[in-house]
Design a protein around this ligand. Structure first.
Ligand code: NAP
Length: 474
């Protein structure tokens, strides 16, 4: 990517710049990587109008053509995926290995959408089973929703954008997307790459203050559907304002990893390491609470400690780095304070616990109580807090002791305990012997309780981004 001031928004097929800029900073050292336009409410209105005007062009396009376009974009994007990975790492501080993996998954998401665009079916309705319905033919057709407002968070700037843009296009919708002001570069570049393939106005991007342009994207009456991924607080404010619009909310998580007495401890330890520290724990489905039964807690803790100490904290562009910085110093300070409070309330620090700018060391805490803020709230940092429990029932009760319910994992070798976990734990996904960070891009992903509403995963997103129109032929 070129020097500063290169990235622009796209509205109605045109590159758009603004005199006022947002500085995008490298979390490693706060240096300015680039600037992006600071859009105003008027720009959001223009983008929404452009998307509205483009609805007809999308509606008239054949599914075959749309599928071909998505395959072509896949082909082009795959050639420059490493370039994208570097941008992701620079703007988010994500270790380059993980940014490359995000790009692989983004391409997979795109491929699923190219495939799905050819199998959007309605159904036949047996009207003759109802009173007066004999000799009358009934079937549904799937039609596009119309204009989609897509709002994404800082942590997976390409794949979360892709989870909204690609299914929206597959289902013949038009899109206005707003990435986080903290990491907008890769998403803007993605829109720039896709735009030449699409009629003007089908895909528009905006950068600016979420409270201003996001508000327009949520309240404008031309918008038919809002797809939001981000924090519970923002999700709630969107839900209050959205009015009569279809809403998908993919919000925060506080995922437990339960280690029962009969678990394979080595597997549980590698799952905890992967789950707690990936992208410095700034993942909605990161392992945020490790609930361990007393019979294995010492063995588990010793092994977790030894694996944690092997992790390399440092420059995220170095392929050997396991843990990079948090998104900014403010985020690291928040984690530092939560850990300090937990220690003051009786938790034991086994390793880590130090902050340097936006960097926070991978940290293992033992004897964490389920009532500490560190585990009651979503703590977005590289923390492995161990909560000791006596019984299976207590473990599942604590797993549910949260307003969140995204994913939850349980390590056990017993099929009976696994079945009990599936029945007892209130989460959108229960994983047995696999950590909660596991996700493929075709699975129905989405949480219960305050973790959101609706499912993402290409087939499910496409379903969510279409309406059923009933046709009756007398
Ligand atoms: P955030 O602060 O809620 O921001 C998310 C997006 O909302 C940003 O683009 C933000 O814009 C925008 N926004 C802010 N205020 C808005 C408003 N009033 N109206 C409309 N949009 C508004 O979240 P974040 O800190 O970027 O991301 C972390 C959170 O996302 C965590 O809670 C994490 O668990 C969650 N998350 C969930 C999933 C999932 O799939 N369930 C996946 C990833 C992350 P600006 O910030 O640019 O102003």
């Amino acid at each position: 990517m070129g020097g500063s001031n290169r990235m622009k928004m796209i509205i109605n097929g045109n590159l758009v710049n603004k005199d006022k800029k947002i500085k995008v900073k490298n979390p490693v050292n706060k240096s300015i990587i680039d600037t992006v336009p600071h859009a105003e409410r008027e720009d959001a209105k223009k983008a929404i109008h452009a998307a509205n005007d483009a609805k007809k062009a999308m509606k008239d396009m054949s599914s075959r053509k749309i599928s071909g376009i998505l395959y072509d974009i896949h082909h082009d994007l795959s050639k420059i995926q490493d370039e994208f990975a570097v941008i992701i790492t620079k703007e988010t501080g994500k270790p380059i290995r993980d940014s490359k993996f995000e790009m692989k998954r983004s391409l997979d998401t795109l491929l699923f959408a190219a495939e799905e665009s050819k199998r959007i079916y309605g159904e036949t309705i047996p009207l003759d089973a109802g009173i007066g319905g004999s000799k009358i033919l009934g079937f549904t057709i799937k039609i596009p929703m119309g204009v989609l407002s897509a709002i994404t968070p800082f942590n997976y700037p390409v794949n979360l954008a892709m989870h909204k843009i690609a299914p929206a296009i597959a289902a013949k919708n038009t899109v206005v997307i707003k990435p986080s002001h903290k990491s907008p570069l890769a998403a803007l570049k993605l829109v720039e790459l896709m735009t030449p393939y699409l009629p003007d106005g089908v895909l528009n991007s905006l950068t600016g203050d979420g409270k201003v342009i996001g508000d327009e994207m949520v309240t404008n009456n031309l918008v038919n559907k809002i797809s939001f991924t981000g924090s519970v607080a923002t999700g709630m404010s969107i839900a209050r304002k959205a009015g009569f619009k279809k809403l998908t909310l993919e919000l925060g998580g506080n995922d437990p990893l339960v280690v029962l007495d009969d678990a394979n401890i080595d597997n549980a330890v590698s799952a905890a390491v992967r789950g707690s520290y990936v992208y410095a724990g700034q993942v909605c489905i990161a392992v945020k609470r490790i609930i361990t039964q007393i019979g294995v807690v010492d063995e588990f803790t010793d092994k977790l400690l030894s694996e944690t100490k092997k992790l390399k904290l440092g420059d995220p562009l170095n392929p050997k780095t396991d843990v990079g910085p948090l998104i900014d110093e403010e985020a690291a300070l928040k984690v530092e304070n939560r850990v300090k409070d937990a220690l003051n309330e009786g938790a034991e620090l086994l390793c880590g616990g130090k902050r340097n700018g936006a960097f926070y060391e991978p940290t293992v805490l033992d004897k964490v109580s389920p009532n500490m803020e560190l585990v009651l709230k979503e703590t977005f940092g590289p923390i492995a807090p161990i909560i000791r429990v006596d019984s299976v029932d207590e473990a599942f009760e604590i797993a549910n002791n949260t307003p969140y319910g995204l994913q939850a994992s349980v390590f056990t070798e017993s099929i009976e305990k696994a079945k009990k976990a599936v029945k007892s734990i209130d989460a959108g996904t229960v994983l047995i012997n696999k950590q909660s960070t596991f996700r493929t891009d075709n699975m129905p992903f989405g949480g219960f309780k305050m973790s959101g509403m609706g499912k993402e995963g290409v087939k499910y997103t496409v379903e969510d981004m279409t309406c059923s129109k009933l046709v009756i032929i007398g």
